[in-house]
Every structure is written in structure tokens, then in C-alpha cells.
Design a protein around this ligand. Structure first.
Ligand SMILES: [Zn+2]
Length: 151
């Protein structure tokens, strides 16, 4: 299926990830956001614990299972098995990217037919970032998506 939004989503995420890496204050339309470096997960078990903790707030039914996959730099969500496949290197195991995949899982269990990075997923992702204690990151991501939609 076509997924026109994916490249734009990755671009926005990479930009925000770099801002988080730098940390400190960011000017956002005249208000100051304070960013902290993103959380990185060491073990698959840590990621599973995080998903199990976050899922009841954002999803319905059983939480997705975390599976380690080799050689990839991006995690992905497998719809059929309701599993999130995560890279084996810690540098790619950020909370931002885990929440990205959780958003795919939430969209799927909510019965939305759009499996890509369209409007339903974007809204869900920003909402999950807020729910999971990253409201400032959510603002930055949302404004990146808005800029993309307006382009
Ligand atoms: Zn995605």
C-alpha cells in the first residue's frame, strides 16, 4: 500500500531527535521549550516493561510484544502478529521511536484501516507523546507535521 507520509514523518522525527540530543531550551513561536535527551533502552525486556506500562493508557486489548530484529536501524510494527520489531543496537532504541511503533499498534487495534503514516496515525502519535510525558516533543512533532501538510 502507498505510504506517502513516511519520508516526511522520518524527517520530522530526525529533526526533533537532534534537538533532544542537544537538549536545553528551544524557542517555539516565542515560548521556551526545555528538551531533555531521549531515553534509550538497553534490553528488550526494558522495552517490553515500558510498553506494558504505557499500553493500558493508550490502547485496548493485549499489549504488543517486543521482538528483537538484527541489522535494522528502524523499529517496525507487524500488524498480523501485533509485534514491535526493534533494532539490536541501543542507539536506535529511543523512547521516541518506540512510541512511534506503539502508535501504529494503537491505530490498528482501534480498527482504523490506514496502516501508514496518514492523519489517523499522526494524531495518535502526538496524543501518545503527550500521554507518555513528552508534551513538548509532541508540540514540536505536531508542528513539523503541520508544516509538511501545508507544503
Ligand atoms: Zn511508522
Amino acid at each position: 500500500m502507498r505510504d506517502m507520509g513516511r519520508a516526511a514523518v522520518y524527517e520530522v522525527e530526525n529533526m526533533v531527535a537532534r534537538m533532544m540530543e542537544r537538549g536545553g531550551p528551544v524557542d517555539f513561536h516565542g515560548s521556551t521549550l526545555n528538551l531533555e535527551p531521549d531515553m534509550r533502552f538497553g534490553q528488550v525486556a526494558d522495552m517490553q516493561r515500558y510498553v506494558d506500562m504505557a499500553w493500558p493508557t493508550v490502547g485496548v486489548g493485549p499489549a504488543p510484544r517486543i521482538v528483537q530484529s538484527r541489522g535494522r536501524q528502524r523499529a517496525y510494527y507487524a500488524t498480523a502478529s501485533h509485534t514491535i520489531h526493534v533494532p539490536d543496537r541501543r542507539v536506535f532504541r529511543t523512547r521516541l521511536l518506540l512510541l512511534h511503533e506503539i502508535a501504529h499498534a494503537v491505530v490498528r487495534v482501534s480498527g482504523d484501516r490506514d496502516p501508514g503514516h496518514g492523519e489517523a496515525w499522526r494524531k495518535t502519535y502526538c496524543w501518545i507523546l503527550e500521554q507518555c510525558g513528552m508534551p513538548e516533543v509532541s508540540l514540536l512533532i505536531r508542528s513539523g507535521f503541520d508544516a509538511d501538510a501545508a507544503a
